[in-house]
Design a protein around this ligand. Structure first.
Ligand code: OOG
Ligand code: MG
Length: 254
């Protein structure tokens, strides 16, 4: 089965931090097949003892779509092994060409038992936090098609969360900054995430229902980057600051 073979290749590339070529012509997948590859590659992580802790949305902002040349919302799976503690360290050795992007995370309060509408979100969510997603495409030169990136679990590789906070009233209008060693390198607003990052939660509820997955209480949702992503390097302290929610950071080490 082609899906199984590609899942293995992508999982090994992630594990060994070795880039692979984009899917060859003879291995072209359609979108449902790509999500199946994603599922199969995650099951290899689960077999190694990792646990699913949540989900991420991708390409929920124009800035990201334009940067990567991909124009559809995508979703991927987060495991516990991807989480770096707040104020912690990221070792470059485990990554190929990592980039950081400023995000907002939500924590689920109540199992998603239906497709949510915007007005349901606060009932189903417990809290929010500032977040940094570290994406690391397994494809050479960070180049991919929509199908490639979905198969590669949407470039998921690591994430860092600030302290959980009550979801502010103005969640759709918060200033967000990505800083390297205290210097702002990207700046945007939570409005750039589907006009309101809660829309990412709505979209995830729909996509997971379609996939037959139940999002559960306690799980984490990364709503997607507000700005472009920036390459990180050894020696940089990477910080995200979200207005009214607070900040989070990590250091990049050898
Ligand atoms: C794909 C992941 C996109 C986001 O927040 O938009 C994403 C990539 O850019 O490699 O995580
Ligand atoms: Mg992201």
């Amino acid at each position: 089965m082609i899906e199984k073979k590609i899942a293995k290749i992508l999982d090994t590339a992630a594990k060994e931090a070795q880039a692979i070529p984009q899917m060859a012509e003879e291995n072209k997948l359609n979108l449902p097949q790509s999500y199946e590859v994603q599922r199969l590659s995650i099951s290899q992580r689960l077999a190694r003892g990792e646990n699913i802790v949540g989900y991420k949305l991708g390409f929920t902002s124009k800035a990201k779509m334009e940067q990567m040349g991909v124009h559809d919302l995508i979703w991927g799976i987060l495991t516990d092994a991807m989480q770096i503690p707040d104020q912690g360290e990221l070792s470059m050795q485990k990554f190929i060409h990592p980039r950081a992007e400023p995000e907002i995370a939500f924590r689920v309060k109540k199992d998603f038992d239906k497709i949510l509408q915007l007005e349901d979100c606060r009932e189903y969510l417990e809290s929010c936090a500032s977040a940094i997603e570290i994406i690391d495409s397994r494809y050479e030169n960070f180049k991919f098609t929509l199908e490639d990136v979905v198969a590669d679990n949407c470039s998921s590789s690591a994430f860092v969360l600030g302290t959980w906070q009550a979801i502010p009233e103005n969640i759709a209008d918060l200033k967000m900054e990505l800083k390297f060693n205290g210097r702002t390198v990207e700046e945007g607003s939570s409005a750039q995430i589907l006009e309101n990052p809660l829309h990412s939660v709505v979209e995830l509820s729909r996509l997971t229902q379609e996939a037959g997955i139940e999002v559960r209480a306690g799980e984490i949702i990364l709503a997607g980057a507000a700005t472009k992503a920036e390459f990180i390097e050894i020696g940089i302290e990477v910080e995200v600051e979200v207005q009214d929610i607070g900040g989070t950071l990590f250091r990049v080490v050898k």
